[in-house]
Design a binder for this molecule. Structure first.
Ligand code: IMP
Ligand code: MG
Length: 187
């Protein structure tokens, strides 16, 4: 029996806290207020990208004071390692028809932008009334993504991060803070 709910030990690769839970809560409230103001008079469809964006989507939707609807998509751009395969596959498509809807795509992190460009293209082809992106995290060095992602939670350095929905090999999603992760510990 370990004493920690996350079964962590000194050698599991979990690094320093990059974004703490209070900072996350504050930023989620701000993003919710901004979206509420921007989408007055509409009922946007929040599309969360499984599984990483589940925690963010569920907090964000409660910070939006509008009649939002929720849907989810699952895509796979990586295997269980931290290296990109360059291939994006739809594992679960939307239940709803997005045609004519004000869609807000909710992502956990935009890293290379590959997953996002694919999702954007796929959703745009279905003719939504509007499509904006809200990502909890965006890489610091990716300035070219700034025009693409309208709502950004935090910029993070180019190292693997885990917690608050983000994983390494499905682990650490339940941590309340966002931590750096030492990739040497990944398989
Ligand atoms: P992109 O296609 O390179 O932008 O990668 C985006 C996806 O890869 C995200 O939606 C995450 O699921 C995953 N990802 C990229 N970087 C990280 C990270 O540091 N931690 C956890 N997941 C990540
Ligand atoms: Mg993802």
């Amino acid at each position: 029996m370990t004493t920690s709910a996350t079964h962590r030990d000194d050698h599991d690769g979990l690094g320093e806290v990059l974004v703490g839970e209070e900072a996350i809560a504050r930023r989620v409230a701000e993003l919710g207020a901004q979206i509420t103001a921007d989408y007055q008079g509409t009922s946007p469809l929040l599309v969360g990208v499984l599984k990483g964006a589940v925690l963010f989507t569920s907090d964000l939707c409660r910070a939006i004071d509008l009649p939002v609807e929720l849907d989810f998509m699952a895509v796979s751009s990586y295997g269980s390692s931290t290296r990109t395969s360059g291939v994006v596959r739809i594992l679960k498509d939307l239940d709803s028809d997005v045609t004519g809807r004000d869609v807000i795509l909710v992502e956990d992190i935009v890293d290379s932008g590959l997953t996002l460009s694919y999702l954007r293209r796929t959703l745009k082809a279905r003719r939504p009334a509007s499509l904006e992106i809200c990502s909890l995290l965006v890489r610091e060095a990716q300035e070219d993504l700034d025009d693409l992602v309208k709502y950004v939670g935090f910029k993070v350095p180019p190292e693997w991060v885990v917690g608050y929905g983000l994983d390494v090999a499905q682990r650490f999603r339940n941590l309340p803070n966002i931590h750096a992760f030492d990739a040497a510990h990944a398989q």
